[in-house]
Every structure is written in C-alpha cells, then in structure tokens.
Write a protein that binds this ligand. Sequence first.
Ligand code: KG4
Ligand code: ZN
Length: 357
Amino acid sequence: MEKKLCVLGFESSCDETGVALVELRGAGVPLLLAHALYSQVEMHQAYGGVVPELASRDHIRRVLPLTEQVLAESGRTLADVDVLAFTRGPGLAGALLVGAGVACALAAALGKPVLGVHHLEGHLLSPFLSADPPEFPFVALLVSGGHTQLMRVDGVGRYQILGETIDDAAGEAFDKSAKLLGLGYPGGPALSRLAQHGNPAAFKLPRPLLHSDNLDFSFAGLKTAVMVQARKCAAAQSCQVEALPIDTLADLAASTQAAIVEVLVKKSLAALKQTNLKRLVVAGGVGANRPLRDHLNGQCAQRGIRVHYPELDLCTDNGAMIAMAAAMRLQSGQQEASAVYAFDVKPRWPLDAIFIS
Ligand code: KG4
Ligand code: ZN
C-alpha cells in the first residue's frame, strides 16, 4: 500500500501565525488538507510596522486555536500527525521561538519527530500547492519583504543563486515608498491599490541596475527618488507629502510600482535567457502584485515560457508552505525529521546554508 505521511506545520516568523496539515502520498505532490492563518496586521498598524514583542505574544495566543481549527477542518486528530514542522528562521527571534516551542513540545508529547524549515524555502516551494504545480528545473523569482533573489532550481535543496539585491528588497521598496507617501503598513498592498488610479508614467523614477550585465538588483535609491519627487510636489503645493491631492499620490504610487515591476520583469527574463529554461516560478509576498503578474504573464507568453505562482492567499506568509517544504524535504530524502526536541531558531539564516552541493 502507498505510504502516507501527515505533516503539521507552524509559521510564526513575523506577523502572521500559520498552521497547516499536509499529506504526503508516495512520490506524488503533497496534498494540503487544511490551513489556518491569523494576521496581526491590524494590531501593528497603529505603530506603522511590526512590534516584535507584541508579535511574539500574539503568536502564543493564536497558535493552539489555529491548530484545533486545522485538525477539525481536515477531520484528523493529533494522533494522525506523523511529523511536526516549524519555521526555524530567518525572522524575529521571539516570534520564531513560539512556533518552534509549540512544534517541539507537541512532538515530544506525541513521540513524533520534528523538522525545522527555512522560511524562504517555504516560499520557494509554495507554488507546488497550487492547482498548476511547476516541474523542476525552473528559474525562481523570490520576492518577499526582506529578500529579492533569482535562482535556478533543479530540485529540492538544489538551488543556485543567479542574482540578488545588493541593498533593499523589492518588498522593502514597496513598504518604504508607501510609508513616505503616508500610506501606512503594510505598504505593498496599499501602494498597489492606490496605484490602480494613477499614471505609471507621471514621474520619471530610476530603474536601478536595469542594464547591468548581471542579475543583481538595487532598490535603495528608488525610495530616495520617490521621496525627492514627493517633496517637490509638496513644496509646489505648500503642503506636507501626506496632504498631497490623492491624484498626485496615486501617480507617485503608480510610477513607483512601474519602476519596481519593470526591473523585476526584465531581470527575470534575463535569468530565463541565461539558463535557457522555459519555466518561471514567482514566490513571496510581492508575487501577489497584480501588475507584476500581468507583465510577467504577457512577456513570458510571447517567449513560450510558463509562469507559476502560489495561490494568491499563499503568496504571503502561511503555515501551508512550511508544512509543504517539510514534506518535500522528507520526500526527496534531503533531510530526516529528528527526535531531538531541544530546539533553536535562526533569526539570520542565509538560504545558501541549506543548498545541496
Ligand atoms: O513573503 P512575505 O509575506 O513576508 C516576508 O517573508 O517578508 O512578503 C511581505 C512583503 C511586504 O513587503 C509586502 O508589502 C509585500 O510582500 N506585498 C506586496 C503585495 N502584497 C504583499 N507588494 C506589492 N503588491 C502586493 N499586492
Ligand atoms: Zn515570508
């Protein structure tokens, strides 16, 4: 009979508590049985960003009710769980400790093994949860709040970085630009919503490293350019940036988004050309951005390239991607779950630390 393995995964690296149950059946793509998510966005909004101590405390409040919800929705009990998985890093230390502590405590109580997962590997493999999962090999554009990387992916753990940001990540560029336009937190979705009503060609903003001969990115200068343009407009209108007319703010937002999207699309196409691969996977929170998807879809269709994304609700942080990454690591034989319950977390953890050479 086909071997089945149930993985219960916990994500708590930042401001989202995620729990999910995934079932691994032989060599097939693991199946998501249920997942539950609680976003702390509202709580942190008042502070304009994530407050780490508040995040940790809220993870503690949410994690067990979410676990009960996932078990109830999947019709399983803890006795059905074979492996416990958690985000080991990178992320906020206190927040990571909540997921790690709960996973290891449950594992110890149940006598089941445990596996720590790299958060970015979770994002990277999240498109395998979609209705249209990719096949290896592919080029991956990983665009989250803290990372912007282009990778060649040949299998689980077989990753090669082709290029990455030398300063700010794309998500950071969205968030910082949104903040200085007074759009609050989280900035990416807010800026993108406002940009729908603006003219992307209204302001000339830099496209950093667009024509460089490598696949690296640089977004730090963009927020400065946005700030300069916004202040110019504000000076002309004798007001603060936040008090600019909504049309001007929308034009600034649309121009910012257009600059980020153009660079991400061009570099992704260059990576596909360089590797001669015909498949692109986009993962991480910025992958939820509609214009980015539209531009990539259009450009790739012209070149016979298939693009895969995670489902929209699994682009940002969630437990499903952690359970999925753990299941795929186990399935590929790249890692075994451990019966040692003394856990540690890795707030800083470069992705290449888990590469298989
Ligand atoms: O992957 P993620 O949820 O968390 C990290 O691991 O960092 O990514 C969060 C990032 C934030 O910078 C957020 O502003 C951005 O993804 N983001 C978006 C959109 N949705 C989330 N950026 C642009 N457009 C969106 N629709
Ligand atoms: Zn993330």
